[in-house]
Design a protein around this ligand. Structure first.
Ligand code: MAN
Ligand code: CA
Ligand code: CA
Length: 268
């Protein structure tokens, strides 16, 4: 409990007066006169430390650090699996006849040379059979990939379109650049294979067949006259300048000018 300093001084003065009054019997009883207030007391001592406060909330996350420098290059990867064996090379030309050698030793009873020659031949045939199997697998995979993309096969031929529409000259050059030639059907199976692509794209292609060289004589790209034809009724009608051949979406042919753009279909 705190009392104001004046009150404390007053109580102290009163106490002293009472105390001195008790010690002196001779002093007459007299009226009490209030003295002046004493001086202020000194400041009290500092209180003891308060209890530890609760833990504060977690601070805001710091900013992202700057990017570190690139790491050292990784170790070299393991060696790849060996590729499939290549095709057997072509048969070499027969060598020149050598000069006759010295006479050989006398022959034994058994036909040992013929036997080892046969074994050698069997080994070679067997390794060629293996190579052939490998080749068939590889061709089959590539053909499937072509057909899946935008192609069709007929016999040994594969027809593929680039999906582009080009004038005859550009379409022809495009196929040649790719190692093929413009689709040139030589039978109904090939004609149908080309038609299936045309129908899928809903676009007519130019064939590789033209009468550019001799008006009225339609030829394959190698210059030989055609041996199979599938003209639509009334065609070829040579209307104006019509030296190219387009396949209509019914599979029939029409002689047509070479300048328009048609679906590019090559054969390989
Ligand atoms: C157009 C052209 C000709 C074709 C006739 C058929 O005029 O495509 O090539 O012969 O149509 O009606
Ligand atoms: Ca013509
Ligand atoms: Ca025509």
């Amino acid at each position: 409990m705190h009392f104001p300093a004046q009150i404390i001084s007053f109580i102290a003065a009163l106490f002293i007066m009472l105390f001195t009054g008790t010690l002196s019997d001779t002093s007459p009883v007299c009226s009490v006169i209030q003295g002046l207030p004493g001086l202020n007391g000194r400041d009290g001592r500092d209180g003891i430390n308060g209890l530890k406060g609760d833990q504060g909330p977690p601070g805001e996350p710091g900013k992202q650090g700057i990017k570190g420098s690139n790491g050292a290059p990784g170790k070299q990867g393991p060696q790849g699996i060996p590729g499939s064996s290549g095709l057997p090379g072509q048969k070499g030309e027969r060598g020149n006849t050598g000069a006759s050698g010295p006479p050989g030793p006398e022959g034994k009873n058994c036909d040992c040379a013929a036997k080892s020659g046969l074994t050698d031949l069997q080994d070679r045939v067997s390794s060629m059979e293996d190579a052939l199997k490998q080749l068939q697998l590889s061709i089959s995979a590539k053909t499937k990939a072509l057909l899946y993309a935008r192609g069709a096969t007929a016999g040994e031929k594969v027809f593929v379109t680039s999906g582009k529409e080009l004038p005859y000259d550009e379409s022809k050059a495009d196929c040649q650049k790719a190692g093929g030639q413009l689709a040139s059907p030589k039978n109904s199976e090939e004609n149908n294979a080309i038609l299936s692509i045309a129908q899928y794209y809903n676009l007519s292609p130019f064939l590789g067949i033209t009468d550019i060289q001799t008006e009225g004589t339609f030829r394959y790209p190698d210059g030989k006259p055609i041996t199979y034809l599938n003209w639509n009724l009334g065609e070829p009608n040579q209307k104006g300048e019509e030296d190219c051949v387009e396949m209509k979406l019914n599979g029939g042919w029409n002689d047509q000018g070479c300048q328009g753009k048609r679906l590019n279909i090559c054969e390989f």
